[in-house]
Ligand binder design. Structure first.
Ligand SMILES: Nc1nc2c(c(=O)[nH]1)N[C@H]1C(S)=C(S)[C@@H](COP(=O)(O)OP(=O)(O)OC[C@H]3O[C@@H](n4cnc5c(N)ncnc54)[C@H](O)[C@@H]3O)O[C@H]1N2
Ligand code: MOO
Ligand SMILES: [Mg+2]
Length: 421
């Protein structure tokens, strides 16, 4: 007798998986290797930035009190007592009607409180000394970049779980973080099962197909921020698969297999989980594609039995495996980011299961618009190439018309959702 499976709602399935989430671990990497990694601790400002008042323009540092009377009709002269560039500090004390010629980035002389831009001063020599004159007054603070205006010591700069981007690299360098605490990349094991599978360099032969899931899932694992440990392809043979799965699990943080989870005569994953005495969290989800997605846990480690059908495999990974990876990368929003979009085409046929339609999300007049990126069937590969989102069409008795609002899950986003279900 063929086993009858009871589908559970997607949200419940995700919740069951999340009960087995693992904590992330920290490792330190040199700043030059931290781009694209996920911060594992909140980082604070180790100093004020800048840590001294400085000139934001090339010009003359002056005491504003001396500029008070300057105007178009009353030119005021200053003796220029020093000349400094960025990185230099004056040793001169600046007295009444004295100025320092100062370049952008240089520390302000202690007594000065404004900078006159070079263009607004007239420099000249008199009796072998340097002078400059101005025709307007200045307020204290004019053209000064103040200590701490960029950041104050002790400020929280960025929260853990953030993906390090070029701007964050600049921030880290500014505060002297040479070694960065980042999340250790979870190691995700991967096996593709299927006697029909050829590898990418094999020529086609009758009845066999090239294994595309391995390359797809490996890239999805990397996109999620983890490291893939690819174990290869397995034929649909119970003992071979059983030994392989059992041995692989010990070497990784979680294991993904593709194929062999349905009710077919050569679908061995359910029996493998049983023999291992792994606890099956679910083996049927009320979703399309990916209804046969099966997740089990063995000694606290998750086994993702993703469907062999490429689109089902893809969606199963994004909904169930990705959040576990993102949790291990310290994310507080580990699920795919959910937004609202306008549906571009009719989906008039109702489906009892919630559909995740591989979609191309575009922005039109400031509004997100979702269009299917190809044929909406679980055995289809081509629709995946143009997919940057999954459109959610809730299961039920009604279809969806073009122009209606739908929820979309964004695939190329790093912010995520706390809980989109
Ligand atoms: N009687 C039933 N038959 C099926 C059911 C069902 O409920 N009752 N479910 C269908 C659904 S839905 C799906 S999805 C598939 C799931 O199949 P499996 O996860 O068991 O996967 P396989 O049987 O191994 O393969 C299915 C399909 O995918 C191709 N495949 C497998 N691996 C790869 C790979 N690495 N790269 C590319 N393509 C792959 C494989 O050749 C098959 O065509 O079951 C339905 N059947
Ligand atoms: O598991 Mo299937 O993907 O619903 O066609
Ligand atoms: Mg099958």
């Amino acid at each position: 007798m063929i086993e009858r499976r009871t589908p559970i709602p997607v949200g419940e399935a995700v919740q069951r998986v999340m009960q087995y989430q693992l904590d992330g671990q920290t490792e330190y990497v040199p700043i030059q290797e931290s781009y694209g990694r996920y911060l594992s601790e909140d980082l604070t400002a180790t100093s004020d930035v800048p840590h001294f008042d400085r000139a934001p323009y090339d010009g003359f540092a002056v005491r504003t009190i001396d500029t008070k009377e300057a105007s178009q009709t009353n030119i005021v002269e200053f003796e220029v007592v020093d000349h400094i560039g960025a990185g230099m500090v004056t040793t001169k004390k600046v007295g009444p009607f004295q100025a320092v010629r100062i370049m952008t980035g240089a520390q302000m002389p202690e007594e000065c409180d404004a900078v006159v831009m070079l263009e607004l001063a007239k420099a000249f020599e008199k009796d072998g000394k340097n002078y400059m004159s101005i025709k307007r007054s200045y307020k204290s603070g004019d053209n000064v970049s103040f200590r701490g205006e960029d950041a104050k010591e002790g400020d929280i700069l960025i929260k853990k779980g953030i993906k390090i981007n070029p701007g964050i690299q600049a921030m880290l360098a500014t505060f002297g973080y040479a070694n960065i605490p980042v999340a250790k990349k979870p190691i995700v094991g991967l096996y593709a099962t299927g006697t029909e599978l050829l590898d990418v360099h094999d020529a086609l032969v009758p009845g066999k197909i090239r294994n595309s899931n391995s390359y797809m899932i490996a890239a999805q694992i990397e996109r999620a921020g983890a490291e893939v440990q690819y174990f290869g392809q397995l034929p649909d043979e119970f003992e071979t698969c059983y030994e392989a799965v059992k041995n692989a699990l010990g070497q990784v943080d979680m294991l993904i297999t593709t194929g062999g989870v349905s009710v077919g005569d050569f679908d061995y994953l359910p029996a493998i989980y049983e023999k291992m005495q792994a606890e099956v969290l679910f083996n049927k989800v009320a979703m399309r594609p990916g209804s046969v997605t099966t997740v089990a846990q063995f000694e606290g480690k998750l086994l993702f039995g993703l469907s062999g059908n490429p689109s089902a495999c893809y969606v199963g990974f994004e909904l169930f495996s990705r959040p576990i990876i993102r949790r291990m990368l310290f994310s507080e929003k580990p699920h795919l980011r959910k937004e609202k979009a306008i549906l571009d085409v009719d989906f008039l046929k109702a489906n009892p299961f919630t559909r995740f339609v591989r979609s191309a999300l575009t922005v039109s007049d400031g509004q997100l618009v979702a269009s299917p990126s190809g044929v909406d069937k679980s055995n289809i590969v081509m629709s995946l190439a143009g997919a940057n989102s999954l459109m959610i069409l809730p299961g039920g008795t009604r279809g969806f018309e073009a122009g209606s609002e739908v929820a979309v899950l964004m695939l190329e986003d790093f912010d995520g959702s706390e809980w989109p279900w």
